[in-house]
Ligand binder design. Structure first.
Ligand SMILES: *[C@@H]1O[C@H](CO)[C@@H](O)[C@H](O)[C@H]1NC(C)=O
Ligand SMILES: *[C@@H]1O[C@H](CO)[C@@H](O)[C@H](O)[C@H]1NC(C)=O
Ligand SMILES: *[C@@H]1O[C@H](CO)[C@@H](O)[C@H](O)[C@H]1NC(C)=O
Ligand SMILES: *[C@@H]1O[C@H](CO)[C@@H](O)[C@H](O)[C@H]1NC(C)=O
Ligand SMILES: *[C@@H]1O[C@H](CO)[C@@H](O)[C@H](O)[C@H]1NC(C)=O
Ligand SMILES: *[C@@H]1O[C@H](CO)[C@@H](O)[C@H](O)[C@H]1NC(C)=O
Ligand SMILES: *[C@@H]1O[C@H](CO)[C@@H](O)[C@H](O)[C@H]1NC(C)=O
Ligand SMILES: *[C@@H]1O[C@H](CO)[C@@H](O)[C@H](O)[C@H]1NC(C)=O
Ligand SMILES: *[C@@H]1O[C@H](CO)[C@@H](O)[C@H](O)[C@H]1NC(C)=O
Ligand SMILES: *[C@@H]1O[C@H](CO)[C@@H](O)[C@H](O)[C@H]1NC(C)=O
Ligand SMILES: *[C@@H]1O[C@H](CO)[C@@H](O)[C@H](O)[C@H]1NC(C)=O
Ligand SMILES: *[C@@H]1O[C@H](CO)[C@@H](O)[C@H](O)[C@H]1NC(C)=O
Length: 424
């Protein structure tokens, strides 16, 4: 009987976590780090942790909000003695999230975000095929603020750890390190995502009190996306994948008010970080924007020496989504080219990935394999470009024909009138 109710409780707990995860409602946590009577770090934040883990027949995704029962962990410190100021919160069976700060005197930032999770915790990772602690960290948490100011970010910001489907999504963040007093500074550094959201929707200076719903990007269709340059380099510093393109996402999703939204969103090169990897027969390019994470996988057939774009994956946590979007297709066959040459398509091209997701490319040139001298090889043009080239050729030929006809007509006319003069 006792056994039964314990299992029952655990199931309720799993269901609760699952519901919270799906709806994306994260709880708010307030913590502070002190050294004696001095407060050095204070944070109010919500975070949703998303982990893809292995089960016997594939992978599953666990989504866990950082619970408000999380407590300050042992690694927390105000710094000094060669240590950096750190905020570590622990929760559940040995899970923790740690933020380490650094400062140059004018600004402070999170220079190391570390997530530690315990795969043995079957309430969060049911049926996990491995057990024990996993530790992942990243140096780019995108949290940066002026000294003596509070960092504020209402919008969601996704920090990915390791690129294998592990991420932390922060929202409703108010945080300060290197605090001059015991309370959060009145002066605030607003994150760029909020600045964009408020200039689009709320042109007044009043701070948006709540929710991400008001910060939804305006539904006006964006123009042609700007071309970005995304080169991937090997460990030894040589370029192994060259890419330049303008990208536009076409995504259909369910909004938080339960309506179906189709949104066209351009990728902004200046706000996009990129990374990737290359080996003999596969190459990957990752593009990371605030709330959007896009990857391209290229494959090389070493028998035929032909390559193609074989996979695209997208995860997006946009403000008015009812739940984060995550989708991929690994059996695509786009951008076919030959080893040592580049693939080029100046015209707009639509790459269908899933029914709810397609990608429009503009002014594209890629070379995922056989790059030498950091330069694109000879370009193989797409059919669309060749078709577009045909039009000027046809028009040109028609014009030339017309000129020829006029000339012949003139010559004939001249000969005739000449002949006329002679008879007179
Ligand atoms: C902290 O403050 C209390 C009372 O305000 C004082 O008695 C105590 O000495 C202080 N401790 C330190 C380390 O400054
Ligand atoms: C794995 O097994 C579980 C339970 O048997 C099932 O619900 C799930 O759909 C399976 N997943 C895949 C990818 O086959
Ligand atoms: C991981 O979880 C298991 C099961 O809940 C627990 O026995 C173990 O102590 C946890 N490990 C740590 C380091 O907390
Ligand atoms: C997965 O875990 C649940 C309970 O956590 C258990 O009932 C089920 O049998 C497990 N499935 C597999 C395939 O191990
Ligand atoms: C973050 O800090 C941990 C612990 O000090 C370290 O092991 C890890 O390499 C750091 N990560 C990065 C990306 O610097
Ligand atoms: C921050 O505030 C402290 C205490 O008010 C002051 O000493 C320091 O000069 C300030 N730093 C900057 C960069 O404004
Ligand atoms: C806010 O910042 C401005 C300019 O940096 C400074 O003059 C002002 O004193 C600050 N206000 C507070 C309350 O710290
Ligand atoms: C760099 O590494 C790649 C493979 O990792 C190799 O093919 C290439 O020759 C190396 N280039 C240099 C300059 O060492
Ligand atoms: C976006 O996708 C929808 C459905 O696939 C399609 O009807 C629409 O034309 C696309 N819009 C753009 C701008 O690509
Ligand atoms: C959303 O709409 C669908 C169909 O329109 C409906 O079945 C579902 O119950 C709605 N969900 C919520 C949370 O309102
Ligand atoms: C590679 O190309 C060869 C020749 O075109 C073809 O027979 C083979 O099936 C291809 N291999 C793969 C993995 O696609
Ligand atoms: C990427 O490589 C291309 C071709 O060599 C070059 O024109 C471009 O400047 C490079 N971009 C960056 C950001 O390195």
């Amino acid at each position: 009987m006792a056994q039964y109710s314990k299992t029952h409780l655990q199931l309720v707990k799993i269901a609760f976590i699952a519901i919270l995860g799906c709806v994306g409602v994260a709880q708010a946590l307030t913590v502070e780090v002190r050294d004696g009577n001095t407060t050095c770090i204070k944070a109010e934040l919500s975070a949703l942790i998303s982990v893809v883990y292995s089960v016997s027949n594939g992978t599953r995704t666990a989504r866990v909000p950082l619970p408000d029962s999380a407590t300050l962990g042992g690694g927390s410190s105000c710094g000094g003695d060669g240590r950096a100021p750190s905020l570590v919160v622990t929760f559940g069976s040995g899970h923790s999230l740690g933020l380490r700060f650094s400062s140059d005197g004018n600004q402070y930032s999170v220079d190391n975000l570390t997530l530690e999770y315990n795969l043995s915790d079957s309430a969060i990772f049911p049926n996990s095929s491995s057990a024990g602690l996993v530790t992942l960290s990243t140096a780019s948490a995108q949290i940066l603020a002026g000294i003596n100011t509070t960092y504020r970010c209402v919008s969601d910001s996704v920090v990915s750890l390791g690129g294998d489907g592990v991420s932390v999504t922060f929202s409703d963040v108010k945080m300060e390190a290197y605090m001059p007093g015991a309370d959060l500074s009145q002066n605030e550094t607003i994150c760029t995502a909020d600045q964009r959201a408020t200039t689009q929707v709320l042109p007044t200076t009043s701070a948006p009190k709540t929710s991400s719903v008001t910060t939804a990007p305006a539904p006006t269709p964006p123009g042609t996306p700007e071309q970005g340059h995304y080169n991937v380099t090997n460990d030894n510093g040589t370029a192994c994948l060259l890419a330049q393109m303008g990208l536009q996402l076409n995504l259909t999703y369910t909004s938080s008010s339960n309506t179906t939204v189709q949104q066209i969103v351009n990728l902004h090169p200046s706000q996009t970080r990129h990374t990737g990897s290359c080996d003999q027969t596969s190459a990957t390019l990752w593009l990371l924007e605030d709330r959007t994470n896009l990857s391209f996988s290229f494959a090389l057939n070493s028998t035929s020496n032909k390559y193609h774009l074989s996979g695209i994956s997208l995860s997006a946590v946009w403000p008015d989504m009812s739940e984060p979007f995550s989708g991929s297709n690994g059996s695509l066959d786009y951008l076919r080219g030959t080893l040592g040459r580049s693939y080029m398509c100046s015209a707009e091209q639509t790459l269908s990935v899933l029914t709810a997701f397609s990608l429009n490319t503009f002014q594209l040139q890629v070379q995922p394999f056989g790059v030498s001298g950091e330069q694109f090889g000879a370009a193989e043009e797409c059919q669309l470009d060749e078709d577009n080239m045909l039009i000027p050729i046809i028009v040109g030929a028609a014009l030339a024909g017309l000129v020829l006809i006029v000339l012949i007509a003139y010559l004939i006319g001249r000969k005739r009138s000449h002949a006329g003069y002679q008879t007179i």
